[in-house]
Design a protein around this ligand. Structure first.
Ligand SMILES: NC(=O)c1ccc[n+]([C@@H]2O[C@H](COP(=O)([O-])OP(=O)(O)OC[C@H]3O[C@@H](n4cnc5c(N)ncnc54)[C@H](OP(=O)(O)O)[C@@H]3O)[C@@H](O)[C@H]2O)c1
Length: 285
């Protein structure tokens, strides 16, 4: 059997690292896509050591369209197909910041960067014939009450950390549903995932206020391990064709269809977000 090529973003830490270890352990060639060279090198060594598998890396900063394009170009040079893309990287920020291209950072890193990265990899994913795109979303999409704020997507008029994060995770779910519709004929299966509340570096590495990161640390005894958090992503990435987990467009939690907020079920919003994302990226280049 041909070795599969799998890309995992944000694999230097937390859920992404455990996803990479699990997939490399079972024989996939794993490419970790990370923004920080030192953390990426350390993770590469650790994932190789723990999995005994084939692991490579590519630099990827989702806050920079130039970096996203360079990463996609490097992958296109190295491989003729991509079997699995796990859009795992994400952040939450207590204060509004902007990406290199001028977009609100949470929306930019959690949605626009992965959107561009995925669409640039379209041909390689289609070449696999039965590719999987797994995007790590969150139950936090419930915070995005009413849906995406189309007239203030960049949170210029109003910024709230969890509202903005929730909206970015809603965008992950809508993006997955629209991807499933658009790329069905390419054999691509798209899934979004809630990994559970996971004790990782999430919101604990200076991205958020001391109050929030302390609160999350206090929750740690009740949380899942990163390996448990990776379980559903790995299950989706490895599912045999035709089974339940290959129902494209589905949002999963603990290997079951997850509970969706009403505003995460609007087909029209998925289509609108896709077109708008293309326009935003085009206007910035
Ligand atoms: N932990 C939870 O309870 C929880 C719950 C629901 C959903 N999630 C989602 O799970 C995913 C993984 O989070 P985690 O819990 O494993 O947190 P984590 O340990 O903080 O890992 C997040 C990863 O994203 C990377 N990242 C952040 N900004 C990036 C950028 N601009 N470009 C490229 N990579 C970037 C980080 O890289 P650096 O190390 O360089 O910062 C890190 O590798 C996220 O999408 C998160 O929203 C987490």
């Amino acid at each position: 059997m041909t070795q599969r090529t799998v890309i995992v973003t944000g694999a230097n830490s937390g859920i992404g690292k455990e996803t990479a270890v699990a997939l490399a352990s079972q024989g996939d060639r794993v490419v970790i896509a990370c923004r920080n060279p030192d953390r990426s090198a350390a993770a590469l060594a650790e994932i190789r050591e723990r999995s005994g598998g084939s692991v490579e890396s590519v630099p990827l900063d989702l806050a920079s369209f130039a970096s996203v394009r360079a990463a996609a170009a490097s992958i296109t040079d190295r491989f003729d197909r991509v079997d699995v893309l796990v859009n795992n990287a994400g952040l939450v920020l207590s204060k509004r910041a902007v990406t290199e291209d001028g977009f609100e950072m949470t929306f930019g890193v959690n949605h626009l960067g992965p959107f561009l990265f995925t669409t640039l990899l379209h041909d390689l994913l289609a070449a696999a014939g039965n590719a999987r795109v797994v995007t790590v979303a969150s139950e936090a999409h419930f915070f995005a009450v009413g849906g995406l704020p189309w007239d203030d997507l960049q949170a210029v008029r109003f910024y709230n950390v969890w509202l903005t994060y929730g909206r970015s995770k809603l965008a992950n779910i809508l993006f997955t549903q629209e991807l499933a519709r658009r790329w069905a004929s390419d054999g691509v299966v798209a899934s979004s995932v809630h990994p559970g509340i996971v004790a990782s570096n999430f919101a604990a590495d200076g991205d958020t206020s001391t109050f929030m990161s302390t609160g999350l640390r206090l929750l740690k005894p009740m949380t899942r391990t990163p390996s448990q958090g990776a379980d559903t992503s790995v299950w989706l990435a490895t599912a045999e064709p035709g089974g339940d987990p290959t129902r494209s467009g589905t949002y999963w939690s603990s290997r079951r269809p997850g509970r969706l907020a009403p505003w995460a079920r609007r087909e029209v919003d998925g289509a609108r977000l896709w077109t708008l994302s293309e326009e935003l990226i085009a206007t910035s280049s």
